[in-house]
Design a protein around this ligand. Structure first.
Ligand code: SAH
Length: 394
């Protein structure tokens, strides 16, 4: 029986039995939680020379390992104490699924305290994107989203977020993810093409990243600082996606980062958005967009407006025109997402003709628009469905 309800009330009103088990604890300390200077202090506290913190960090962020037996540059006697103190295993794979010829890989992880989170790796000819979770569950209660149905279990720690990306990098480095032939015919299945790096990270897995601000911000820093401080991914290749928590958007704009902001709008009018994204009752469309334009002005980064097209709910021509008029002339583009229906949902994706007309009208307003590819559908790759189905199993 699916756990997912078609139209839930607010998160707090659901029975506790609908929530994933576990997830009540504080994860053990991990080096990815700490700046390098603090890692050095921990190492020194163990009676080891502080430079061992950099060695451990290179193993984790550069070679994607936390296994003492793979750390031949550390004295044998120091390996176990150091890895126990700074590299505890935070996530255990519960299920792994592949589709798109093995180039899309979804992992359902169990945290140390039994909560379930998921991440998805998507390999394209020119990039590899990791979609990561920032919370176990989510408190935002958007009725079309599988994660929103089960409520919030807890925030993930910085290291629990970073570990999802490191696990994807390890999968790639081990040659487990086949390359994709690019249009020019390069790529393919040569051994060289088979290894790649994680180039992009999107906070579009489970959770509302800006509701877990401190951990997410530290994770962004860790992912983008160079090895050994962090993982060395470009800030421009990181996207933080939000329902529109206005004060947190303003705060993020002030952080001097060049990460991309994605705003999950889904409706251009408050009446509909109040139901599709319940937090809209607190911060209205106009306030959310103002905060987004503030972010664009401060960072110079084009904001991505996410819009899940739901048949006969938000895909009307007049809504396309209203959206187009709100966004015209702004540093923004629209990313249309064909709805991925959650089990038991009364909603489904828009008809192709309605989707085409929606695109046409946005373009007529001069607004750049893309339609997101729907990778991972057959493995419930989008939007919390794997965790929901795992919880639903007896
Ligand atoms: N909480 C954040 C990030 C996680 S969701 C946010 O809301 O932005 C990532 C994106 O997937 C959001 O735009 C979300 O609205 C969208 N999404 C959720 N469920 C979906 C579904 N069933 N079909 C299509 N898109 C969905």
């Amino acid at each position: 029986m699916p756990l997912v309800l078609a139209s839930p009330g607010p998160a707090g009103s659901r029975p506790a039995s609908n929530r994933p088990a576990g997830g009540r604890g504080r994860p053990p300390r991990h080096l990815a939680d700490l700046p390098l200077a603090e890692r050095r202090a921990v190492v020194a506290g163990l009676g080891q020379p502080p430079f061992r913190a950099s060695q451990l960090s290179r193993h984790f962020f550069g070679r994607y390992t936390d296994r003492p037996e793979e750390m031949s540059d550390l004295p044998l006697a120091a390996r176990d104490p150091l890895t126990q103190a700074l590299l505890p295993r935070l996530l255990t794979p519960e299920r792994e699924l592949a589709c798109d010829g093995g180039t899309t890989r979804k992992t359902l992880w169990r945290t140390f305290d039994g909560a379930l989170v998921e991440s998805v790796l998507m390999r394209y000819p020119e990039r590899v994107t990791m979609c990561v979770s920032s919370q176990a569950g989510c408190g935002m209660a958007c009725p079309f989203c599988a994660t929103g149905q089960a409520g919030l279990t807890r925030n993930l720690s910085t290291a629990e977020i970073v570990a999802q990306v490191v696990a994807g990098a390890r999968m790639l480095a081990d040659g487990q993810v086949p390359g994709v032939a690019s249009r020019g015919g390069q790529g393919g299945s040569s051994p060289r093409a088979n290894t790649a790096r994680v180039s992009n990270v999107v906070f579009m897995g489970m959770g509302e990243p800006l509701a877990n601000y401190a951990s997410v911000l530290a994770a962004v820093r860790r992912l983008t600082e160079p090895v050994p401080e962090g993982m060395g991914i470009s800030q421009r290749s990181v996207t933080v996606s939000t329902v529109g928590l206005v004060p947190a958007i303003t705060r993020l704009a002030a952080e001097q980062l060049s990460v991309t902001l994605a705003v999950s709008l889904h409706a251009p009018d408050d009446e509909l958005r109040d139901t599709l994204v319940p937090v809209n009752r607190r911060w209205k469309v106009a306030e959310v967009l103002d905060a987004a334009w503030g972010y664009a002005a401060t960072t110079g980064r084009r904001v991505s407006i996410e819009y899940a097209l739901i048949r006969d709910i938000n895909d009307h021509a007049w809504r396309a025109d209203l959206l187009g008029s709100l966004l015209a002339g702004r540093l923004a583009h629209v990313n249309l997402i064909p709805l991925n229906p959650t089990p038991g949902s009364k909603w489904t994706a828009s008809r192709p003709a309605a989707q085409r007309e929606f695109v046409r009208r946005l373009e007529a307003h001069g607004v750049p628009v893309t339609v997101r590819d729907t990778r991972g559908r057959e493995i419930d790759g989008a939007c919390g469905q794997l965790a929901a189905s795992a919880v639903a199993r007896p």
